[in-house]
Design a protein around this ligand. Structure first.
Ligand code: NDP
Length: 238
């Protein structure tokens, strides 16, 4: 049977591009996101790609546990996990409400921790697997107006490196991919002409360009605990 790849946040943006690329490369794909419109898994189609869709809020431990049990029951063992589910709540720290801080940390950091934990149970049984967590360049270099978002992504980097060490002996690899400015719903409100002044390649990235790098990390058998930056040079500065 072909490999199963679970993609959180696979209903839109970067996750959706990962869904397409993994399916094109012969994987079966299970998508996890909140708004799938049904409590039970459904066979769904996005961009002509058939996959199993699971409704689950990754910030809720019980939902994650139940969903991953259901994924294994319905689709079999999990070989790959891509954590692309994420939110942003941009604003200066002094104006950020505690409930927004909680939502950011619970979704971006806790959510990935919970799904990694749930998927590892399956990967340990099959003695192998690969995980890619989606971080952000702002988790590495900081950005005014994104303090808590940056903290959630910086936390994910430490988590990824430590987990990579913890599970390497079990033939499971864990890497972080840090995108820059990518054209998705998340960046819709940004003024592209202004933002790209800081991007040496002079444009936003496309979700497909991030998906290519995710695929590379999933399929590279001797890479673990690394951060791969996909940002058109943003981190270098102009
Ligand atoms: P989008 O807003 O386009 O998509 C976000 C996805 O995450 C959706 O599928 C959404 O589905 C899902 N999601 C959000 N919250 C939850 C939740 N609690 N439980 C389950 N699913 C959830 O974002 P992008 O594709 O742009 O971002 C993907 C990842 O890349 C995020 O982690 C983001 O932080 C990161 N990133 C993005 C950058 C960019 O420029 N776009 C730059 C750097 C990092 P639903 O709403 O149905 O739950």
């Amino acid at each position: 049977m072909s490999r199963l790849c679970v993609v959180t946040g696979g209903s839109r943006g970067i996750g959706r591009a990962v869904l397409r690329l993994m399916a094109q490369n012969g994987c079966r794909v299970a998508v996890v996101s909140r708004n799938q419109g049904a409590a039970l898994p459904v066979v769904a189609s996005l961009d002509g790609v058939d996959h199993m869709a699971f409704s689950c809020d990754v910030s809720k431990e019980e939902e994650v546990q139940k969903t991953f049990e259901e994924i294994q029951k319905t689709c079999g063992s999990i070989s790959y996990l891509v954590n692309a589910a994420g939110i942003n709540r941009d604003g200066l720290l002094l104006r950020t409400k505690p409930e927004d801080m909680v939502a950011l940390i619970h979704t971006n950091l806790m959510g990935s921790m919970l799904t990694c934990k749930a998927a590892l149970r399956s990967m340990l049984q099959i003695q192998g697997g690969a995980i890619v967590n989606i971080g952000s360049v702002v988790g590495m270099k900081g950005n005014a107006g994104q303090t808590v978002y940056s903290a959630s992504k910086a936390g994910l980097e430490g988590f990824t490196r430590s987990l990579a060490k913890e599970v390497a002996s079990r033939n499971i690899r864990v890497n972080l991919l840090a995108p820059g400015l990518i054209r998705t719903d998340m960046t819709e409100g940004l003024r592209e002409a202004k933002e790209v002044r800081n991007v040496p390649l002079g444009r936003f990235g496309e979700p497909e360009e991030v998906a290519q790098a995710v695929f590379f990390l999933l399929e590279s058998p001797y890479i673990t605990g690394q951060v791969l930056v996909v940002d058109g040079g943003l981190q270098l500065g102009m």
